[in-house]
Design a protein around this ligand. Structure first.
Ligand code: FES
Length: 131
């Protein structure tokens, strides 16, 4: 495996600014095991933010309706199950039953017009690696 893998998961143009899209990917672990890896990606101005799509309250995916990640104001991520809201820039839960806990951030990079995940080994069926 590559020591510091980078995988393009979509084009920057695929996600409008201030919109969130979920990706259900597969991670290849050392030893060959594979496990699902669901993330949410949000281009926000010049930044691209991303978190594991897993609520720290009950461990469910945030978007109970596919790709519905935002609160009604469009400024915080929100869990569809019990309504916890999360500060977009930090992932910290600011309201709801998991207040004080936080989403797990993922490492992302914008390279050559693509949004890339960094530092995890993805199973490469539809996520080509960048050399
Ligand atoms: S499962 Fe997300 S707030 Fe309860």
């Amino acid at each position: 495996m590559k020591p510091n893998p980078i995988y393009a998961i979509c084009s920057l143009n695929d996600i409008p600014n201030r919109q969130a899209i979920g990706f259900n990917l597969m991670v290849a672990e050392d030893g060959g095991k594979q496990r699902p890896w669901s993330v949410v990606v949000v281009p926000w101005g010049k930044r691209v933010l991303g978190y594991i799509n897993k609520c720290p309250h009950n461990g469910v995916q945030l978007d109970w309706e596919q790709n519905q990640f935002f609160d009604p104001y469009g400024i915080r991520l929100m869990c569809g199950k019990h309504g916890s809201t999360f500060e977009l820039s930090t992932g910290r839960c600011v309201e709801g039953p998991c207040q004080g806990r936080a989403l797990t951030p993922i490492a992302l990079a914008a390279l050559d017009g693509d949004i890339c995940v960094v530092g995890v080994h993805l199973v490469e069926d539809d996520a080509p690696a960048i050399d």
